[in-house]
Design a binder for this molecule. Structure first.
Ligand SMILES: [Fe+2]
Ligand SMILES: [Fe+2]
Length: 341
């Protein structure tokens, strides 16, 4: 204690603790919906080890198929492997701003779920490739080489936003953060339900069903927070939200659709390689939606989000790529992204 000022001898009660302070010594519960979602998250918790792994005979696939299916899991893990630290950061923010208790718990559940999703990505990649990561893996086929090169570019792109995100979290209100999170959750609950329906293997089906259910809860968490906070939204936040939606579209197109080249820094053969791998995976019974299906699904998900934001009079950005008109937003780069999934 040397050098530290002591107060106990000088006063009856300690001085005020400076705020914001990371630990709220209070357990207010006002948002009933959040209590329900947290309860559901506990009840629906699942263990990646308990998926029907014993039914999955990886040897029944060719190396082209294994590398192509692992490539899709690699794309997913570019988003999901950053989700635990991203939500951990948001969880800390919830504590700092002394969010009510069920909100803190809901955020904890998102972080835990996302780590499960990341674990699942790793398990599939490791099983399919016989190697623990797609970046140092030695490809066995021509398509495998293309997938590895794509994976390296995906990893490079995905890695660029973390510094931006860490700067963004203290800067933005939870209301802004939640509009971005909502976009990711709407997108992800869409894709996992499609994948569950499109896959033949029980282990894929069950993994996608479980992940999709988790994402549905995450979406509900965002919606109830918005219902609570958006009626009293700070007008200054509105243009930021519009911009974040456009940024979210560009970023998430990397998994939901195809990465737009004006934003994703990828080589000119990237898309062709990806389409080739997806075709091989699809023919092997791994149900990646086709280009047109992806486009339609992405459009529907974005329109759902638009429906939510319209209720609060938040202008929607133009997304001409999927035929949605709105406010023209052009000045976005990786630094602006609040990564979401
Ligand atoms: Fe996830
Ligand atoms: Fe999620």
């Amino acid at each position: 204690m040397a050098g530290k000022e002591r107060y106990a001898g000088k006063m009856e009660l300690p001085p005020e603790t400076e705020q914001p302070n990371v630990y709220p010594l209070t357990w207010v519960s006002e948002t009933q919906k959040m209590e329900e979602i947290f309860k559901a998250s506990t009840k629906e918790y699942w263990d990646p080890d308990s998926l029907p792994w014993d039914t999955f005979d990886v040897e029944s696939y060719s190396w082209e198929e294994r590398e192509s299916i692992a490539y899709w899991w690699t794309i997913l893990s570019v988003f999901d492997a950053s989700a635990p630290p991203v939500f951990a950061e948001a969880l800390i923010k919830c504590y700092e701003v002394h969010e009510e208790d069920p909100v803190r718990r809901c955020f904890f559940s998102v972080m835990r779920d996302e780590q499960n999703h990341e674990i699942v990505c790793g398990k599939f990649i490791t099983k399919l490739l016989g190697h623990t990561d797609p970046l140092t893996y030695e490809p066995k086929t021509e398509i495998g080489k293309k997938c590895k090169k794509n994976a390296q570019w995906l990893y490079f792109n995905g890695g660029r936003y973390w510094t931006g995100y860490k700067k963004a979290v203290p800067k933005y209100s939870l209301a802004v953060l939640f509009s971005s999170f909502l976009m990711g959750e709407i997108a992800s609950s869409t894709i996992f339900h499609q994948m569950a329906n499109g896959c033949n293997e029980p282990v894929f089906q069950e993994a996608f069903r479980n992940i999709g259910k988790d994402e549905g809860r995450h979406m509900a968490i965002c919606m109830s927070l918005m219902e609570r906070d958006y009626p009293k939204l700070d007008l200054e936040d509105v243009p930021t939200i519009t911009k974040q939606i456009r940024a979210g579209y560009l970023f998430l197109s990397g998994i939901l659709f195809e990465p737009p080249e004006d934003f994703w820094d990828i080589p000119s053969d990237f898309i062709a390689n990806q389409r080739e791998a997806e075709e091989i995976a699809r023919n092997a019974g791994f149900g990646i939606p086709t280009y047109d299906e992806k486009k339609e699904n992405w459009r529907t998900a974005i329109l759902n989000l638009k429906g939510v934001l319209d209720k609060y009079n938040i202008p929607f950005p133009a997304i001409p790529e999927v035929g949605i008109t709105g406010e023209e937003i052009s000045d976005i780069d990786m630094e602006d992204i609040i990564p979401v999934f």
